[in-house]
Structures are given as structure tokens and as C-alpha cells.
Design a protein around this ligand. Sequence first.
Ligand SMILES: [Cu+2]
Length: 116
Amino acid sequence: MNSMKQLLVHLSIVSVTIFSGGVFAQAATDPGQRDDMNMMARHDMTQGEVRKIDKDAKKITIKHDEIKNLEMPPMTMVFQVRDPALLEKVQIGDKVQFKVMKDSGALVVTDLQLVQ
Ligand SMILES: [Cu+2]
């Protein structure tokens, strides 16, 4: 009887090990899936209107439409700009389309174009 209990304990340890191994395997595939989503996000342009430009801080305030790749509703907000040269092309009040992605917690505009 005692050895039967020991066997059961062994079995449950084995199954827990297998289960957690499966969880780790799943977690390991997640970063790859996020990369795929970022790849798609790079192709998404969002429409907006320039409200404020801060060249020194490399920031731009945009009243933007829905940002689909970030699941963000329309609003006016400040973005960081990866390349300050992007800010030279636009003025306050300009209609623009832009690409934005999450970079270590910050929202960064990686492309910015005037809409004719
Ligand atoms: Cu926003």
C-alpha cells in the first residue's frame, strides 16, 4: 500500500514536470509571435493632424485616428520621434500619416509623411 502511494506521488511529480515544460515551451514561442505583429505594424499608417512640434525633445503631438496596431482609439497625444529629421518636414496644422511602434515601453514614430 505504501509503495502504491509512493508510485502515485512519483506519477504526479512527473506530470507536473511535463506540464510546466509545456508552459515554458509556449512562453518561448511568444516573442516570435510579437515580432510577427511588429512586422505587420510597420506597414500600418495612421492618419492624424500635427498639434505641436518639439524639436529639442524630439517629440510631436498628434491628434490621431485609431491606431490599429496598438489598439488605441482616436486621441491627441505626444509621441517620441526616432529621427528628428522627420520633424523638419511638417508644421503645426498639417495633415499627416505616420507609423508608430512600441519601443521598450515608449511609443515611437518611425515614419511621418505629409498628406496632400
Ligand atoms: Cu493615442
